[in-house]
Design a protein around this ligand. Structure first.
Ligand code: PMP
Length: 390
């Protein structure tokens, strides 16, 4: 594997060899008992990873956008008011999807690089009878993390269902779904869940299922309709075969392996490790004199979004890739050409972050940026050694 480049984008990410090996197993029947057992076990573990013991998990073939679609089509009825806490590109997508199913959406925005506070959300919710509060846990376009805990409490007080897009957060950023009162936490396989792209995952609270069961309008989507999927999920958990639409068999094998690894690490240790990786990366970019899109107090732990230095553009990323690390360009339409993104989630190690920072330094030198060689690496390593010392 010499010469292989580290994939340090905010998804897809580098996957564990055992997860990839699970993908390579001979595909079996989706009703074979060993597959049914594997799927059932994965659903049980999902509850533990989401810290939602009383939740109902759904796993279907698709990407994160399907998980958003599934949350919206099952829980929105035409005319429902929805408050969207808008922190960037993916919050706009959430709003579009909610609107598609008939919601009347109001955006609550913050300046670029920030998120509204829980108090602002509480105030906004008091202005109308909101049925839905939609939050992007980590907006991948800005590396901004929202205060889901505080916002979810405000949503509950107002009687709104709290839907959280965790595509760039789940199993990396701290989240306690039951304790924080989140009604739907949704994600995709290819980020901190650490399975190749192709699975949409979500866990619904008992309150969300109640709201779903009480709906008057039929679900205006066929593939994502919970009435069709709920019996399938329940059957797999009861270790019984069932069929509505063919599951992504090999991805489910891989999911079982990855969720097992996540739980073996432990959620608290995992949240701590993601904070460490993030602190290392952010200390490094700061030491190199790069500003970040996300302001202090709003920074995600799953990725870092630095601005290019003055006079430097996306060609930097080609030099960094040549030096061994693949990074992502900008995504937020207002500043797309002015910044880049470094993902550090899932199985990423502190050594991967140090190697990535070293590659970034090589790239910065290649484009003529002046800095103290090794300053970024030293800052990252400093955070690591400080944390190890205690
Ligand atoms: N929400 C967020 C926060 C995301 O980062 C992404 C993907 N980058 C999506 C939604 C959409 O997920 P997918 O591309 O898997 O459909």
């Amino acid at each position: 594997m010499k010469g292989r480049k580290l994939l340090m984008i905010p998804g897809p990410i580098e996957f564990e060899p055992d997860v990839l090996a699970a993908m390579a197993q001979p595909t079996t029947s989706h009703t074979a008992q060993d597959f049914v057992d594997c799927f059932g076990h994965a659903l049980e573990m999902l509850r533990e990873v989401f810290l939602c013991p009383d939740g109902q998990p759904f796993v279907v073939a698709g990407s994160g956008t399907l998980a958003m679609d599934m949350a919206a089509c099952n829980l929105v009825e035409p005319g429902d008011r929805a408050l969207v806490v808008n922190t960037g590109y993916f919050s706009d997508r959430f709003a579009d999807i909610l609107t598609r199913y008939g919601a009347q959406v109001t955006h609550l925005r913050a300046p670029l690089g920030e998120a509204p506070s829980a108090e602002e959300v509480r105030h906004a919710l008091a202005q109308a009878d909101y049925r839905i509060l939609a939050i992007t846990h980590v907006d991948t376009s800005t590396a901004v993390a929202a205060d889901v805990r505080g916002m979810a409490a405000a949503g509950r007080e107002a009687g709104a269902l709290v839907l959280v897009d965790g595509v760039c957060a789940t199993a990396g950023e701290e989240m306690r779904q039951s304790e924080w009162g989140v009604d739907v936490y949704l994600t995709a396989s290819q980020k901190a869940i650490s399975v190749p792209p192709g699975l949409a995952l979500l866990v619904a609270s008992p309150r969300a299922l109640e709201r779903f069961r009480a709906r008057k309008a039929p679900v205006p989507n066929y593939y994502a309709d919970w009435s069709l999927w709920l019996p399938i999920m329940e059957a797999y958990e009861a270790r019984k075969p069932a069929y509505f639409a063919t599951p992504a068999v090999n991805l489910i094998y891989a999911l079982e392996v990855s969720l097992g690894q996540i739980l073996a690490e432990g959620m608290e240790a995992r949240f701590r490790r993601h904070r460490l990786l993030s602190d290392m990366c952010k200390a490094a970019v700061e030491a190199l004199g790069l500003r970040q899109v996300a302001k202090p107090g709003f920074r995600a732990t799953t990725l870092t979004a630095p601005y290019y230095p003055e006079g430097v553009d996306a060609t930097l990323l080609q030099h960094v890739a040549r030096a061994g690390a693949i990074l992502a360009g900008g995504l937020h339409p207002e500043i797309k050409a002015r910044y880049f993104r470094i993902g550090h989630m899932g199985p990423t190690t502190p050594r991967d972050v140090v190697a990535t920072v070293a590659a970034l330094e090589e790239g910065l030198a290649a484009v003529g940026y002046r800095f103290e060689p090794g300053a970024g690496v030293a800052a990252a390593q400093g955070v690591l050694l400080d944390r190890a010392a205690g």
